[in-house]
Design a protein around this ligand. Sequence first.
Ligand code: G6P
Length: 368
Amino acid sequence: DLADKFPYPHFMAKEIHEQPETIARAINQFLDMTTGALRPLPSLDFDFTTLPRITAAACGSAYYAGATAKYWFENYAALPFDIDIASEFRYRHPRLTEGGLALMISQSGETADSLAALRHCAANGQHIASVVNVEESTMARESATIFPLLCGAEIGVASTKAFTSQLAVLLCLALKAAQARGTLEPEMLHKRIAALMLLPAALSEALKAEPQLKQVARRLAYFHDVLYLGRGPFYPLALEGALKLKEISYIHAEGYAAGELKHGPIALVEKGTPVIVLAPTDELFDKTLSNLKEVTARGAHVILITDPPGAEIAGGDAAEIIVMPQVDPAIAPIVSAIPLQLLAYHTAVERKLDVDRPRNLAKSVTVE
Ligand code: G6P
């Protein structure tokens, strides 16, 4: 055990730091990382050009990866993409579209509810594909197509490298779908591919914020409630950030769509309330910045995760600014996963908790 995580004190730390390599492996399946040429996909039992809809279902972090991918499939490939929590999906009598693709997302490939969702879709004539890490898993075996994560065994109960690899695989698939369907201008497609090639380096750059995040975590460790805000694809990332913190630090955290702030969560904000805002400079930056100002005006202690131009604009409105590298908007959500993981990790370490084996949680939930 000790040898396997060396030189890190926890598997979670090791797995966080592995991400520049694991993500490169995930992307390299779709993209020649030196030439930027998109590779052909393995033979599929469906055709992206005629696919009417993707139905996705997953649990935990895998669900948030799917919720992020919805933005990519709909924006880049103009492909309707439904995503459900698997335990809800299996009982809500979903109306499936004939000829649709069921896309299941799971690190372990053994999660009971996700497997039940897969079987429901298979019984109802959907094409079945899985984004899984464990290629020998039940879900992998029951899928016509598998898109492996190739990130190696993930030991920490809280998902880190599997989550970013799920995102990378899903983004690559969305771009392959966009290419097949001709829904992205060649120049835009090229920009997105170039961004993917830079992703491993961007994750290495993001990891350099660790000393600063450790400092932030020292303070966070003494709070009882933390709010995470984001818009667009940063909304599911806000949910994932809150989940990570809850899982391993046992601090209550809530992720919210920044635009929903006024419909409830702003009532929680008082002097010193920690609010983590995810806002790189994309088309929604100004909107999120105005939400940031609203909570700052009510005394919140805002920790802003942004890029250099965002840091410049937000300036004094945030108490602390974590600066991530400036990247193409397509990959920015993946980059922002790193500071969220580091923040949760260091907060739990500060609270002297068992980071790799949090109480009451299992790595894989194989019973309902
Ligand atoms: C558990 C784990 C999470 C994981 C979720 C789904 O709750 O603690 O880290 O995201 O299960 O697991 P799966 O193996 O289906 O991705």
